[in-house]
Ligand binder design. Structure first.
Ligand code: MG
Length: 217
């Protein structure tokens, strides 16, 4: 899957997937990380996408796969240098996403000062629900967001706890990357991230946006 399809039938090709790190204070605390002076942005390739109902496959280089549930912004039209006041007009809709992370590989990269591309961008690292239109969601910064593993709640928060909000994220990202219709922006995860193992089932939900279910292999 390299496209996202809205319920009304419109399909957008996914060119790139931008992801915010450290965008919820409680998650920064649990990672024993520091609040970043500038936004932490990384990229996943579109080959990382998995539809709901699919599986996340742990690559042989890792023994510590973590879940991170995130509100995902679907960009609807191209732009660069977008002012924050105009940013919401570039949002086509939203989806539920999982920023699946090889925590052991990431920890090693952090220690060595190396990039996170492998830890964050491996095949199946970006499960994504079907998107919904922006107009159906109302305020995207007031949505309950939660994740269960085998039925047990692991993450439960609200998108109101985002540090950098969607207009600021789009404005910032568009100063560096030209945005295109179909680009996705993962807006960061709240606290409660943790390990999953083969055989686990992950259910993620964001109010007004939708649900996503994947298995782990
Ligand atoms: Mg994340």
């Amino acid at each position: 899957m390299k496209s996202v399809k809205f319920p009304d039938g419109e399909s957008l090709h996914v060119g790139k997937i931008l992801c915010l790190g450290r965008n919820y204070a409680e998650h920064i605390r649990e990672m024993k990380a520091e609040v970043a002076p500038v936004p932490v942005v990384f990229i996943k390739p579109s080959t990382a996408l998995v539809e709901s109902g699919g599986s996340v496959v742990i690559p042989p280089i890792s023994n510590d796969l973590h879940h991170e549930v995130e509100l995902v912004v679907v960009i609807g039209r191209p732009g660069s240098g977008i002012p924050a006041e105009e940013a919401m007009a570039y949002v086509a809709g939203y989806a539920v996403g999982l920023d699946m992370t090889l925590r052991d590989v990431q920890a090693d990269a952090k220690k060595r000062g190396l990039p996170w591309s492998v830890a964050k961008g491996f095949d199946t690292s970006a499960p994504l629900s079907a998107p919904v239109r922006r107009e159906q969601v109302g305020d995207p910064h007031a949505l309950t967001i939660d994740l269960r593993v085998n039925g047990s709640v692991r993450q439960s928060s609200n998108t109101g706890h985002m540090i950098m909000r969607i207009p600021g994220i789009i404005a910032y990202c568009s100063t560096v990357f030209s945005l295109e219709a179909g680009d996705l922006i993962f807006t960061g995860t709240p606290e409660g991230v943790g390990r999953v193992v083969p055989g686990d089932r992950i259910d993620a939900h964001i109010a007004s946006v939708g649900s996503l279910t994947v298995g782990v292999r």
